[in-house]
Write a protein that binds this ligand. Structure first.
Ligand SMILES: [Zn+2]
Ligand SMILES: [Zn+2]
Length: 208
């Protein structure tokens, strides 16, 4: 689905020597002294221009309002709307995943950033552009689902014949009970034999 291409290293949207630097998330700051700058734009193939992302997003729509803050700081805030197609973890059907959120970020010159301060990004005052890649990438990581299901009650695939159980029933008998559960049931009834084995194989220090 997604081309196997190494994502660009995070924090280097313009790799040196690149003939066509990705400028997908750069906003020019000309006119900022006259008032806030508002932009709305789409980043296609964000995995190539924003750095490594949690899902193979096809695009990210970004809305941003940029204004001057105290001192040499610049405040950016807005919304983002991204979409990816990912396999359902149960039935493997391609499933649309949307991430929509509001976001905010503060930019300061590198010398004025307190280590450990969250939501603050370095601003190269000479560049004349604001790079939104960092905060946008961070929001996508924070808001992307850890797993994807096509529906909350997706029945998945039959473990025996592999049909999609949402589409058709199969005649397979119910799966054998898991051997691990059978072992646990044994623990409950006769503790003697089980504890012997446990003392050999598992010592407390081995359990993380
Ligand atoms: Zn599914
Ligand atoms: Zn089956």
């Amino acid at each position: 689905m997604n081309p196997r291409r190494a994502p660009p290293a995070p924090d280097s949207p313009n790799p040196p020597g690149s003939p066509d630097p990705p400028e997908a998330a750069l906003v020019r700051l000309a006119g900022l002294d006259a008032g806030p700058i508002e932009r709305a734009f789409r980043v296609e193939a964000p995995g190539e221009s924003l750095g490594a992302l949690p899902l193979p997003f096809g695009y990210v729509d970004i809305e941003v309002e940029i204004r001057r803050a105290d001192g040499a700081a610049i405040r950016a805030r807005g919304a983002l709307d991204a979409e990816a197609i990912v396999e359902c973890r149960r039935c493997l059907e391609p499933t649309r995943v949307g991430v929509r959120t509001r976001w905010a970020a503060l930019y300061r010159p590198p010398g004025r950033i307190t280590p450990g301060e969250e939501g603050v990004w370095a601003l190269d005052a000479d560049s004349g552009e604001l790079d939104l890649a960092g905060p946008i990438r961070e929001e996508l990581w924070v808001n992307a689902p850890a797993w994807v299901e096509c529906s909350r009650d997706c029945p998945g695939l039959c473990p025996t014949c592999g049909v999609r159980l949402a589409e058709q029933a199969c005649g397979c008998p119910p799966p054998e009970p898991d051997a691990r559960w059978a072992a646990l049931e044994g623990l409950g009834g006769s503790s003697e034999g089980a504890s012997e084995g446990a003392s050999e194989d598992v010592r407390e220090g081995d359990i993380p």
